[in-house]
Structure formats: structure tokens, C-alpha cells
Design a protein around this ligand. Sequence first.
Ligand code: F3S
Length: 296
Amino acid sequence: MKILLDKNAGFCFGVKNAVAQTLKTIKSSNGQKVFTYGPLIHNQQVIENLRKMGVIEIESISDNIDSNSIIIIRSHGVPKSILEKMISKGINVVNCTCPFVSRIHKIVEEKYNDHYKILIAGDENHPEVIGINGWCNNEAIVIDDEKKVDKLSYYDKICLVAQTTFSKNLWHRIKERVKDKFKDVEVFDTICNATENRQKSVTELAQSVDAMIVIGGFNSSNTKKLYEIAKQFCNDTYHIETAKDLAKEKLIKAHTVGITAGASTPDWIIKEVLIKMQDFNNENIMEEYEKSFRSL
Ligand code: F3S
């Protein structure tokens, strides 16, 4: 069995930065309580490890979080009102909002102030989208399907942005429909390159293998999208969270197996999957990949 690891598998730049900054903050916290606003990343195993290190996850800024606390904002970002609340309480904020997400905040804030109706192509329940909406007074319309564009009221000025992890194909369909329906449309293609590159390479990889394994949290939207894309080209595609979910009987007939991983999947989980595949395989594949693994 030949195993091909996608060159874009795993942590993206924004997630790598958030995890690294969190570890640095824990080390230098000197007894201060460290909170994350929401789970730092969509990966249960990483979250468990952070809990063991004393990091507390919160969903709101309650009164018992005082100015001696540290709050980490994850790469998804937060609504403007939440950031302002943290600052007004004098809390030490470690803002790990990915710069690609901050750019969207800036765009929607400016355009909202310039009386544009903001449309976000994305998942309305995703924290990144909730955060973006919070920079235009929570007045944006979130669309996840081009058919929904037809049902929109007419607006004179439209500003269209995308959730950074949105599907490229769906984005193109929504964008064209919006441009057809409205006269004055400003389009900002805010899908991040990390997502685009990962989606492109999984498309190529899935076409060249007999089976595909997509590693990542079952609640991770970018992992689910990778799975959907891979499944289009490779019927034997499996979404797993860790090596424990790997089923030998499903893979044993495959001559080539492709492996990719979502943006919040740490290297050690990918490595465990490769080690287990190596056990199925009785061949040393780790040598080839060992050098590409980062320590986290
Ligand atoms: Fe940032 Fe792109 Fe990752 S927006 S958090 S580098 S997927």
C-alpha cells in the first residue's frame, strides 16, 4: 500500500500562531488565570491538553473575570462589542485573531459605515461569521446557498465577503448570483489561501488514490468540507478524528491511500495516523514524513 500525505495537511498559519501564542501565554502567566474565548481550535484533543494545563474556556465575559485575568481570542476573532467589553474591564487580551479574519472585520466595518448592505457567504452559526457580523452591528445577511440570493430584498449597495473557510465553488456561484441581482456590488474574495490550497490539493490527491482519509475534528467545518470534496472524487473517503477511528478492513484493499487533515489538526495526530497505517502496511513510511512534522 502506498501512502500519500497531502503537503497542505494540518495546522494553517492562523491556528499555528494561536496555539503557539497560547502556550507562550501559559508559560509566562505567573499565576494569572488564562481563559480562551470559546474553544481555541476545533480539535478536542488539543482542547483537552490545554484544559490539563489550566486553561479555562468561557463563552461570555462574566463578572468573576477580573483585570488580573488573561483572555485569549482565538483565530476566528470576536464581535467588536466583545473585544470592547474585554478592554473596558481592563482584562489582558491576547488577540490571536488571524490577520485574514481581521481584514474582513475592517472591510465590513468600513462598508457598513458607508451604508452598504453586508452579505457574508458562510455558515451563520460559525464563530468566525458571528464575529464578522459583530463588526457591522449584527446587520449582515449570511448566505450559504446561491438560491437564497433570489429571495433577498433589493439593496442599493452590496458588500459581499466570504467566511475564510468557505467552499470556493459555492462562493463563485453565490458571487455570480449576487452580481446578477444587484447593481452596485463590491466583492471581496476573503477565502483564505490556506483553505484554497488545501481544497485544491485534496481535489488532486483524491483523484489519484483508491481511498482517502481526512483527519480532523468532527465539528471542524473546514475538515468537513475537505471530506465532502474528497468524497466527490474518491468514493472510499473516511473522516476520522484520531488514529483510533481508523478501520483496517476499510482500507486493506486500497493500493494507494491519500491522507489530508483540517486546519486545526495538530501534527502529532497526523503522525499517530501514519504510524497506525504503517502498522497495517508493514512498511516504513515514517522516515519519509518525519522531517516534515512540526513539534506541536
Ligand atoms: Fe487564518 Fe486561513 Fe487559518 S484565515 S486561521 S490562515 S484557515
